[in-house]
Ligand binder design. Structure first.
Ligand SMILES: Nc1ncnc2c1ncn2[C@@H]1O[C@H](COP(=O)(O)OP(=O)(O)OP(=O)(O)O)[C@@H](O)[C@H]1O
Ligand SMILES: [Mg+2]
Length: 451
């Protein structure tokens, strides 16, 4: 006999609670209820609860507090928060505290069933803390080969794990080559969505074809629509749709995308029937969408829908301490691919790599390393193997600070840039700055510069 999973509903509104209990019981689950946090904790102490659906707004102990306590007492219990539309900030905080997902009110019963089903299918081991998973990643490659030892990169890995299973839309921003697509793939691969990861690059598809590419069309809908065609949205059913360069989406399609995001429904070009789709959206942009909203190029409501969860990828020059590790990783990879045996990167080369501004970010570093490997016939990489631009232009050895900047900020920026220019090497940075290493450590701590 299959034993039904036990679900606990924590909700102070009797009407809403009863409706939820009924709906889930109808789906065959064993459902318990509590009208406040205290009661909820009593229930989980006595019963073997697998999943908790918890309202964020509760009298006395609020939902976030209940979540924190449950995760402390029984971290294996999965928690999905329920929140009023618009209070997503709290919901995002909940994800960071360990909630698996959140549902926005008014609740859609079909959506609840699908979230509950996904949660209950998850293996218990998955509920371990993200630190543990990050430690494992080196062996399992769950981050798509991404590397990074800096605090910012660590925070990004941590965020990827925490938000992977929510269905919430994610907006990834960052300059070109910072790893936006890699992060999107990593989120998908860490989720339990069984469908595919589908990409649509909105800057690459001609404006006139975007609608049909995204939503599909019926035969005859436009001059080249010779037969019915599925759109990328439908192809992503059960999986993730990656909207790359979302800032380039034409205005007339923004409304349609908004509808798809809000109701998970769409219509193919040339028909009136609407279809439901179960897709998680991840969008990426390298333009400043806030500015595009201010100048009227991008709809504000769409922007708000997209940015519920945000991941801002830093330019490489802001986490230059990762350059040595990245360079080594690429060296190994390209040596393998090109059957070379270069064992070392010379100190001069490393200094040049760490001092360069990297306008093309990690992708540019990757290319530079690839060329260097191909150019080299020694067992050590030397400056002559590097592309000429690394030897002269755009090194970031100057810092421009406007008159009137408080001295404290000048000091902080000077330390930050010096550290970046030496790849995070504190002894070297202290030497350049003419202060003791101890003083440098103290200042790093004081200004919160590095982990
Ligand atoms: N943390 C990382 N570790 C290793 N490789 C990385 C990392 N981040 C990015 N890369 C590599 O850098 C290249 C660029 O990454 P990606 O395509 O994800 O960037 P992007 O932000 O989408 O760039 P664009 O805006 O130009 O589309 C890829 O080849 C990717 O493998
Ligand atoms: Mg990209």
């Amino acid at each position: 006999m299959v034993v039904a999973h036990t679900i606990l509903i924590v909700e102070d509104d009797t009407g809403a609670r009863t409706a939820l209990v009924k709906a889930l019981e109808k789906s065959g689950y064993r459902v318990l209820q509590a009208s406040n946090g205290e009661q909820a904790l009593q229930v989980i102490a006595k019963e073997e609860v697998r999943l908790v659906l918890c309202d964020i707004k509760l009298p006395a102990m609020d939902g976030l507090e209940v979540l924190t306590r449950i995760k402390k007492l029984q971290p294996q219990i999965m928690v999905v928060m329920m929140t009023a539309f618009g209070s997503v900030e709290k919901a995002v905080k909940a994800l960071k505290t360990g909630a698996m997902d959140f549902l926005e009110k008014p609740l859609d019963l079909e959506m609840i069933r699908s979230v509950v089903e996904t949660a209950l299918q998850m293996p218990l081991a998955y509920t371990q803390d993200s630190e543990g998973i990050i430690q494992e990643f080196k062996h399992t490659n769950i981050f798509e080969g991404m590397v990074g030892g800096s605090r910012v990169m660590h925070d990004i890995f941590d965020t990827i794990i925490k938000i992977a299973n929510a269905r919430t839309t994610v907006l990834i921003s960052g300059e070109t080559g910072t790893g936006k697509e890699l992060v999107a793939r990593a989120i998908h691969n860490n989720s339990h969505r069984s469908g595919p990861f589908i990409v649509i690059n909105l800057a690459a598809v001609p404006d006139t074809l975007i609608e049909s590419e995204l939503f599909g069309h019926v035969k005859g809908a436009h001059s080249t629509a010779f037969r019915d065609r599925k759109g990328r949205l439908a192809e992503a059913e059960g999986g993730t749709l990656f909207l790359d360069e979302v800032g380039d989406i034409p205005e007339n399609i923004q409304v349609k995308l908004l509808r798809a995001l809000e109701n998970r429904t769409y219509e193919r070009l040339g028909e009136n029937t609407s279809h439901k789709v179960d897709v998680r959206f991840i969008a990426a942009t390298n333009i400043n969408l806030e500015e595009a909203v201010a100048t009227g190029k991008f709809r504000q409501d769409l922007y708000y829908r997209l940015k519920v969860l945000r991941i801002a990828l830093p330019p490489l020059r802001e986490h230059a301490e990762d350059i040595p590790l990245l360079a080594q990783t690429f060296l190994q990879r390209f040596c393998q691919e090109n059957s070379r045996q270069i064992r070392k990167i010379s100190q001069e080369v490393m200094d040049m790599l760490c001092g360069y501004r990297w306008p093309g970010n990690i992708r540019e570093l990757e290319k530079v390393m690839e060329t260097a490997v191909v150019m080299s016939d020694k067992d050590t990489l030397l400056p002559v193997h590097l592309a000429p631009e690394l030897n002269k232009t755009e090194t970031k050895n100057t810092l421009s600070i406007p008159i009137g900047t408080p001295l404290r900020d000048v000091e902080r920026e000077m330390i930050r840039h010096t550290l970046a220019s030496v790849g995070g090497n504190k002894t070297k940075a202290a030497e350049i700055l003419g202060i003791g290493t101890r003083t440098l450590y103290r200042k790093i701590e004081e200004y919160g510069l590095q982990g």
